[in-house]
Design a protein around this ligand. Structure first.
Ligand SMILES: Cc1cc2nc3c(=O)[nH]c(=O)nc-3n(C[C@H](O)[C@H](O)[C@H](O)COP(=O)(O)OP(=O)(O)OC[C@H]3O[C@@H](n4cnc5c(N)ncnc54)[C@H](O)[C@@H]3O)c2cc1C
Length: 339
């Protein structure tokens, strides 16, 4: 277990901004996680789990807590006929998990290829892309509850997954140590998403999981900034889910606005479309932060950016959307330590 004080967090996040952790612990086992919890109790500070830092904004002032970087990275596959249970330490890189599954011909997470971060963070966020969500394959997660120090297995029916949310997101004392996914050997390609259909029409083979993952990564490479060049945390905002009445009123004002009716009668609308077509905000900037030209839901941080630049831009975008549409948008990216 590695322990440090006043450790810079910016290099451990994909946005690459923000200050230091008061205490920092690398946890390589469940015992390390429990030791970190005990240390936090002694100091009277919160425990803040960190995965790949790909969905976090670290404040410039840093975080006054015990940051626990989850480093358990083992991956095992338990084969059982048509299904395989993939069990991974919560710190395993999501891309390595996808490669492990797809190289064995297992279906279920190939559409989620190319998403940065860890499998633990993926479960917290219920990651989603190209018509798939982690919830679709989740079997269980093992956690340690920082409130009690005890271990607990959270099964699928307790995981309370929703759009970029989960039991783990709403019960912050639970540190995920292990995640199990139920994957299938049966051919079940999910290629109904327009970008994938287009790739297929262009002659890209989308039969095996490994081919689908490759196609998804190629599509994503055209939409997101290159990590080595500019920091980002993927989509900074969630797509709003609004009432049918508001959606109809907006569709009249903004002809062509894409709408996705939800089973409960609400309507999900594309915030990227609104930012681009209704508000012309592609490339809109504040300080060293700006809305990415190819995908305006993404905030990119130029070299020298501070967390305050990103926060100010996000607040201004939220206000512009509110005054133009009446929609109160929510952030997908979390400010670390603000709970
Ligand atoms: C270029 C880019 C593209 C992206 N595209 C997508 C996309 O298509 N779809 C999508 O859904 N997301 C996307 N994201 C967002 C991000 O990659 C995911 O949310 C990812 O799953 C976060 O995992 P992480 O390990 O980096 O979590 P972190 O950013 O480290 O943490 C996120 C949250 O989870 C908590 N957490 C992390 N690990 C644990 C744990 N073991 N136990 C308890 N809590 C934990 C943290 O405390 C924090 O609250 C993208 C990000 C980037 C940079």
């Amino acid at each position: 277990m590695k322990f440090g004080e006043h450790v810079p967090l910016a290099p451990l996040t994909t946005l690459g901004v923000g200050g230091k952790a008061r205490f920092f612990i690398e946890a390589h086992s469940e015992e390390d996680v429990k030791a970190a919890i005990a240390r936090a109790r002694e100091c009277g500070l919160p425990v803040l789990p960190l995965g790949g830092g790909s969905n976090l904004l670290v404040p410039d002032a840093g975080v006054d807590g015990v940051v626990v970087k989850v480093m358990m990275r083992d991956i095992a596959c338990e084969e059982g006929g048509a299904e395989t249970l993939l069990v991974a330490g919560a710190g395993a890189s999501w891309e390595t998990v996808v490669d492990t599954a797809t190289s064995r011909g297992l279906f279920g997470i190939e559409n989620l290829a190319g998403i940065p971060g860890t499998i633990g963070g993926a479960a917290v966020q219920n990651i989603g892309a190209y018509g798939a969500e982690l919830a679709g394959v989740f079997a269980y997660a093992d956690t340690v509850d920082a409130a009690t120090g005890s271990s607990r297995r959270i099964a699928r029916d307790e995981a309370a997954f929703g759009y970029r949310t989960s039991f783990f997101k709403n019960n912050r004392s639970h540190i995920v140590t292990r995640v199990a996914l139920r994957l299938s050997t049966h051919a079940s390609p999910n290629i109904s998403y327009p970008d994938l259909l287009r790739a297929q029409e262009e002659g890209v083979s989308l039969t095996a999981p490994v081919d689908i993952a490759k196609a998804v990564r190629a599509i994503r490479a055209r939409k997101f900034p290159k990590q080595a060049e500019e920091g980002s945390a993927g989509s900074f905002f969630k797509n709003p889910v609004i009432s049918r009445e508001l959606a109809s009123a907006l569709a009249e004002r903004f002809p062509g606005m894409p709408q996705f009716p939800q089973p409960d009668g609400t309507v999900k609308v594309s915030l990227a479309w609104l930012l681009d077509r209704a508000l012309s905000l592609k490339g809109f900037s504040k300080g060293n932060a700006r809305l990415y030209e190819k995908h305006p839901l993404v905030i990119v941080a130029r070299a020298g950016a501070r967390a305050a630049d990103i926060d100010a831009l996000a607040k201004e975008v939220a206000e512009l959307v509110r005054s133009a549409t009446g929609i109160a948008i929510e952030r997908e990216v979390e400010t670390f330590g603000a709970r």
